[in-house]
Write a protein that binds this ligand. Structure first.
Ligand SMILES: C[S@@+](CC[C@H](N)C(=O)[O-])C[C@H]1O[C@@H](n2cnc3c(N)ncnc32)[C@H](O)[C@@H]1O
Length: 214
């Protein structure tokens, strides 16, 4: 298991993740600028919009999007956070108490849900740690309902990643750097629509929608 993957199972790390680590690395993704933080703010506002949605947050960590993603839910709307780290899930359950919110231990490679069961499926800041990320994308598509959306934040190769030292850092930590169109190509292969990529330094946000008739 890589250094980064091992950290995710550490209780102390799960406790400082949201308040200390996440803001730091979010800034790092935009190479010291604020573009990733700015996009992230917009994403949080989008996730908090009112609606009767079933939301799945894959690799939810300590539930740092659970509050935003569940706040606007109406009707039968529900949020499910899935992660394989007991430490992260314990922190998530402590920080997010709501009858609309559930946390579940599971592996992103084999989602324990029926096909087409969620309207919004997110995987944020995790694909670069996951052994077989393209298989996880396939799972995300499978569990998304027709007309539903997928939201991804992960790494992307930018010019900085070509600098001496950058591959070593990625190699040592176990953080994978995706090629510019790698994620998009996989989503297009599933015939998703409105596939949009926003690059913020060495981070990318990708939004896509499953057509109503898939
Ligand atoms: C950096 S944290 C991201 C947390 C949160 N989504 C965010 O945006 O800040 C990565 C998370 O991915 C989880 N993870 C990694 N591989 C996983 C897998 N195969 N299945 C489920 N969770 C996984 C880790 O346990 C960790 O909580």
């Amino acid at each position: 298991m890589s250094v980064a993957a091992r950290l995710m199972h550490n209780r102390a790390f799960s406790q400082i993740y949201e308040t200390l680590w996440r803001p730091l690395f979010t800034r790092g993704f935009s190479l010291g600028g604020s573009s990733t933080l700015d996009y992230d703010r917009a994403l949080r506002a989008y996730l908090a919009r009112p609606g009767d949605r079933r939301v799945l947050d894959i690799a939810c960590g300590p539930g740092n999007y659970a509050g935003d993603a569940s706040r606007g839910l109406t009707g039968d709307g529900a949020y499910v956070g899935l992660d394989y780290s007991r430490a992260m899930l314990a922190q998530a359950a402590r920080d997010n108490v709501s009858e609309r919110v559930t946390f579940l231990r599971g592996d992103a490679h084999r989602l324990p849900f029926a096909s087409e069961s969620f309207d919004t499926v997110t995987c944020l800041a995790a694909l670069y740690l996951i052994d077989d990320p393209l298989a996880v994308l396939d799972e995300m598509v499978r569990v998304t309902a027709p007309g539903g959306e997928l939201i991804i934040f992960t790494s992307v190769r930018a010019s900085i990643a070509a600098l001496p030292g950058a591959p070593t850092v990625a190699g040592l930590t176990g953080v994978r750097v995706f090629e510019r169109t790698e994620i998009l190509d996989r989503l297009h292969a599933h015939e998703l629509i409105h596939v949009e990529q926003t690059v913020t330094g060495v981070g990318q946000y990708v939004l896509a929608r499953k057509p109503l008739r898939h």
